[in-house]
Design a protein around this ligand. Structure first.
Ligand SMILES: [Zn+2]
Length: 258
């Protein structure tokens, strides 16, 4: 299984920055988990192959690229873009994004081949298939209903938290996986912003350290994702000083293989 965090930000020289404004993880070039930078950062092959988008939740940094991705492909889609999401996320997209005010309601439009978007509702705690992947959604703890995912192909299983604060259900699911090849966990804020993190349901470096005490897979590498760009340097240095050897910060653009 190959995973790539799409770059979302460029620096002053026009080069890819390590800062992550948006979340979009592409697996095996054909399934996107979240869609923050989906339209702007996929390569041509990924644009041709991705027809399944799985959403953790409906916050803007996770869905911003979805309307533009469908728009780019509108004339040429021979099958709809399948948006896999929980009911509340689907309703949120239809009410607040694809409402003709912010963007066209693509679910009411067709091209010459048929529908351009199809919603595939999933339930937390249940397994569902997406292309060659088997995906299980587990509740995490964010300001809005949000799903983490345990994702398997024939050879590997990985887990992604999405945005979250302290959680239990997700750890129960993850700890029951026999062999986990990678854990991708958020750490949005530095430890001194613990009150803001509590209100907005995110982790800080300190809270991340506490969460990892609940993770019972010592052999599994841990990759940190979704660090708020404004706090990146501080969060990275605080994570370094946790002294947990198996943690690294996920690099945008790099292909990770499991
Ligand atoms: Zn969020």
């Amino acid at each position: 299984m190959k995973l790539r965090l799409l770059p979302s930000t460029i620096d002053g020289a026009g080069l890819v920055s390590e800062r992550q404004h948006f979340a979009c993880f592409v697996i095996d070039g054909c399934v996107a988990f979240d869609a923050g930078s989906l339209a702007s950062s996929v390569n041509e092959e990924e644009r041709d192959n991705i027809r399944d988008v799985v959403l953790t939740h409906a916050h803007l940094d996770h869905i911003a690229g979805l309307p533009l991705f469908i728009d780019d492909l509108f004339q040429t889609l021979t099958e709809p873009v399948r948006v896999h999401a929980e009911r509340s996320v689907i309703d949120g997209l239809e009410d607040h994004i694809f409402n003709w005010t912010i963007y066209p309601r693509f679910s009411e439009l067709k091209n010459r081949f048929g529908s351009v978007v199809e919603y595939c509702e999933f339930a937390q705690g249940k397994e569902f298939g997406v292309r060659h992947l088997s995906v299980r959604a587990a509740a995490v703890n964010h300001k809005v209903p949000t799903s983490g995912f345990i994702i398997s192909d024939a050879s590997a299983t990985i887990a992604i938290t999405g945005d979250t604060a302290e959680m239990d259900d997700f750890w129960n699911e993850v700890n029951s996986v026999e062999k986990l090849s990678g854990l991708f966990i958020e750490c949005a804020m530095p430890s001194e912003l613990h009150e803001l993190a509590s209100v907005s349901h995110h982790l800080t470096a300190e809270k991340l350290a506490h969460e990892l005490t609940k993770f019972k897979r010592d052999e599994t590498p841990v990759y940190v994702i979704n660090i708020k760009p404004a706090y990146r340097e501080t969060v990275v240095s605080q994570i370094d000083s946790l002294g947990v050897g198996r943690i690294e910060i996920l690099e945008a653009g790099k292909i990770y293989e499991f």
